[in-house]
Design a protein around this ligand. Structure first.
Ligand code: NCD
Length: 302
């Protein structure tokens, strides 16, 4: 693996190595990126992904150079192609973390880039390091990545995290998926045919029907670009919202994950969100830092 563009690139063996690396930084900090420079190039808004990557670099003793709002502030505004931008940045940095607003551009654009490029989210397609940290969290919470009932809830059409995690969890035996979304935001055909091809069981369900899943993976409604009105989002509504009443009916062994940021689909008082052990998404955020340290170390120093 030179660049990390899609979650399909992870094998169970690579994941195991990354988890061990992530564990190791928690036990003993290490300056694995001493004298290295990592560039973060973000064409879309982000707080946790960019900051967690940057924090990961700093904690490993490396340095960060960064462009946010890259459409306005980078040479893209002067008409440069992504391919050229990445090639130029590769002269300054030992790895490039890029978030882009379009799908299917990174593979082609990274073909001639000599340093590792990490996809930090590309349009409505993928977010492989989110899937990595989701899997790391599941491994920590359940001690396994197989034999799990996973319910994906919310915007499964535009949400890229559920797509990446679907690819990743399909690599482990006996996982099954329940898909809960408004009809016009249902999981795209490519993922469904991938499930079919791999013989993985999946069903469309209502939220009420999946409360006993091992993992309830909540997602927000994405903003979509409706050319006339600009960026807009339609709230998912009560049927896709985790309220205290619903939480009361979720078993103690279930874990609620969310890539964050959350909107009204998580409708819980802050004290419950913070203290209830079933709510795992703040632990997920913490795990993300170590998972990103692992992936940077792995790609840059390998
Ligand atoms: C996710 C993303 O950007 O796709 N956020 C993140 O990276 N933690 C999910 C989202 O924005 O809804």
């Amino acid at each position: 693996m030179k660049h990390l563009i899609k979650a399909q690139q992870f094998t169970p063996e690579i994941l195991q190595q990354l988890f061990s690396l992530a564990d190791s930084y928690q036990e003993q900090p290490r300056k694995a990126l001493q004298d290295k420079v990592v560039a973060t190039l973000f064409y879309q808004p982000s707080s946790r992904t960019r900051l967690s990557f940057e924090s990961a670099v700093h904690r490993l003793g490396g340095n960060v150079i960064s462009t946010v709002n890259a459409r306005e502030f980078s040479s893209v505004s002067k008409g440069e192609t992504l391919e050229d931008t990445l090639q130029v940045i590769s002269a300054y940095a030992d790895a490039i973390v890029v978030r882009h607003d379009e799908e299917d551009v990174l593979e082609e654009a990274t073909r001639y880039v000599s340093v590792p490029v990490i996809n930090a989210g590309d349009g409505a397609d993928q977010h492989p390091t989110q899937a990595l940290l989701d899997a790391y969290t599941i491994q920590k919470e359940f001690g396994r990545l197989n034999n799990l009932h996973v319910a994906f809830v919310g915007d499964l059409y535009y949400g890229r995290t559920v797509r990446s995690l679907s690819y990743l969890l399909t690599k482990y035996p006996n996982n099954r998926f329940s898909l809960v979304s408004p009809e016009d935001l249902s999981m795209k055909e490519d993922i469904l045919s991938y499930f079919e091809k791999k013989g993985v069981s999946f069903e469309t369900r209502t939220f009420e029907e999946v409360l006993d899943a091992d993992i309830i993976y909540m997602t927000r409604a994405q903003f979509i670009n409706e050319s006339e009105s600009g960026w807009a989002r339609v709230p998912l509504g009560y049927d896709f919202s985790l309220t205290p009443d619903i939480l009361d009916r979720i078993p103690s062994s279930t874990r609620v994950l969310h890539p964050l940021p959350h909107n009204e689909e998580i409708n819980l008082p802050k004290d419950i969100e913070t203290t209830d052990p079933r709510i795992a998404y703040f632990r997920q955020v913490k795990n993300g830092l170590f998972a990103r340290m692992a992936v940077l170390d792995y790609l840059i120093n390998k």
